[in-house]
Design a protein around this ligand. Structure first.
Ligand SMILES: [Cu+2]
Length: 102
């Protein structure tokens, strides 16, 4: 390996590392705590009592979200405590990630 190649490899590794860390930090920051109050599997919708969502400038409330993928609602039951991420997509509050709270 030449010196230049080595330097390039390091630069690539560093850039990749920074992107990974940035993505993780962002993913963590956007996860919000919620509790399932209603599930509409057929309509891919779920109603959550959620905490503050800073990214959406939204105070705590109970509201219905569209699930980006109905699979996100698999195995979910009313009363489950969850962590989720939501975005405004095409004017609709959309659930982009969801996992049961530990
Ligand atoms: Cu809300």
């Amino acid at each position: 390996m030449t010196r230049t190649t080595t330097r390039r490899a390091w630069a690539a590794a560093l850039a990749f590392g920074l992107i990974t860390v940035g993505t993780l930090a962002r993913a963590q920051a956007t996860m919000v705590a919620g509790e399932v109050t209603k599930i509409d599997k057929a309509g891919a919708r779920v109603t959550l009592k959620h905490g503050e969502i800073r990214d959406l400038d939204m105070p705590p409330m109970t509201m219905t979200f569209r699930a980006r993928d109905a699979k996100l609602l698999d195995g979910l039951n009313v009363g489950d405590r969850v962590r989720f991420a939501a975005e405004r997509i095409e004017g609709q509050y959309t659930l982009t990630a969801l996992s049961k709270a530990p």
